[in-house]
Design a binder for this molecule. Structure first.
Ligand code: AMP
Length: 111
């Protein structure tokens, strides 16, 4: 299934990119819920965290590392949320694994 994020990875859709290497891409969320709202995604097409296989676990390390770097760069290292939605009941809309890096204001309750 071709998702909107795959189109961004392939350069078929524009995005405000803030980090990119061979495996990971990060870009600003088009509909931010806070002053800083960045999506960090693996370029590999993995639908959600529940589908992540053992062999892809290193991507998680790298995503956490990218989140730390971006939190510093965007000056939110003292308080942010890094979250992923898994499946329709969580509110996941785009079936390509992604982590929301959210901060820049006092954040509210989780759910
Ligand atoms: P989720 O509900 O976890 O699947 O979140 C999907 C996120 O993708 C939402 O916060 C959307 O605002 C965001 N989004 C959807 N399309 C785009 C796009 N073209 N560029 C940037 N963010 C997007």
């Amino acid at each position: 299934m071709t998702t909107v994020f795959k189109k961004i990875i392939d350069g078929e859709l524009p995005a405000d990119k803030v980090f990119e290497n061979d495996r990971i891409l990060a870009f600003k969320d088009i509909n931010p819920v806070a002053p800083i709202h960045i999506l960090i995604i693996p370029k590999k097409e993995i639908p959600d965290i529940q589908s992540l296989s053992e062999e892809d676990l290193d991507l998680m390390k790298e995503i956490v590392s990218v989140a730390q770097v971006l939190a510093k760069r965007f000056d939110i290292a003292e308080g942010y949320r890094l979250l992923t939605n898994n499946g329709p009941l969580s509110g996941q809309i785009v079936p390509h694994l992604h982590f929301h890096l959210i901060g820049g204001r006092q954040l509210g309750a989780m759910a």
